[in-house]
Design a protein around this ligand. Sequence first.
Ligand SMILES: C[S@@+](CC[C@H](N)C(=O)[O-])C[C@H]1O[C@@H](n2cnc3c(N)ncnc32)[C@H](O)[C@@H]1O
Length: 388
Amino acid sequence: MQSNSSLIDAIVEQIKANTKQRITFAEYMDMVLYHPTYGYYSTQALNIGREGDFFTSVHLGTDFGEMLAVQFAQIWEILGKPTPFVLLEMGAGQGYLAVDILSYCQQQYPDLFAVLEYIIIEKSPGLRKVQKEKLQDFEQEITLKWCNWEDIENNSIVGCFFSNELVDAFPVHQFTLESGKLREIYVGLGEYPNFIEIIDEPSTPKLSQYLELDKIDISYYADGYRSEVNLAALDWLNLIGEKLQKGYVLTIDYGYSASRYYNPRRNQGTLQCYYQHKRHDNPYILVGQQDITAHVDFTALELWGESCGLNKVGFTQQGLFLMALGLGERISSLSASQLPLLEMLRRRDSLHQLLDPLGVGNFGVLLQSKGLNNREATQVLKGLAIPE
Ligand SMILES: C[S@@+](CC[C@H](N)C(=O)[O-])C[C@H]1O[C@@H](n2cnc3c(N)ncnc32)[C@H](O)[C@@H]1O
């Protein structure tokens, strides 16, 4: 598989248009993934899943979405059963998670379903189209909307903002250290169609401010150390903080605390590319044909969240979160089920994969809240409850 030559040309134009003949790595990653016509998420929308470049928990069956629905139902109760209750999914991929959550709410929590407003914020026009097709049956049943951030009034949402594997897909700035100083990695033109990296002064003081927020002191790091800074994640939290009046933010993704993320031994950062389930670290090949991600720095989300009015409620691992919400009972009831043997084994394998500590079971689950009164704030969320 070759790079997408139209995308390469668009990036070349962008670099040429810049007075310094370069763009930040974040701008490069944004174009590669989200160029509206040629970006990975515009052209490879159907390449996500078991047969594609990578799969997420939602491709392992309906259980992940159903367990989230259990958590949302409790949140609705904690908030005093508000009408409407908004579930706002950010980065909804192919729409599977939305279908699983809505179907389960319809079956199990009809009172909640009756007052549900489901909003999707999705950057990729191609995926938005896929989601609309998949969710068309629900359009008659509930208020279902696709919005941009500007469409949502400040301080208007009562409910829960949530995402699965969104923040790892945000374009990141890359930095390195030279003579003990912070430098940014830019992308410039090599011999066509190749790109080269250019190292120079940071494009914004926000890079060092981010590291200060994380209490990372670069004077302890060796020259040549390289990593990323996810400024887009902070902008995203600002928006959530502005729009949420009362409720929760649930973020599920792979990542580390800042001290692990910026461990001096992790000296090449966490940037990874995925092509047909193969992982490597070269973002300059297969341009537009491969996914590029970076791990999530959960410390930055927690600390920046506080400054946006989002208080940390708890942090756990996906495996523990799903067990607390009832996945364990689903596994134990399997042997008594009437499913044909092969199907039963397949289902058991999927449920185990959701909990796998070497896979998605080790993902981080961060819960933050805003605007809760004392009674609401003391309620323990089911997914964070410690098993007896
Ligand atoms: C890795 S996929 C995960 C999809 C889905 N949540 C899942 O678990 O399968 C990332 C999704 O986030 C979307 N996305 C990336 N940046 C976004 C942004 N700033 N706002 C909204 N959606 C975004 C992508 O288009 C894609 O749908």
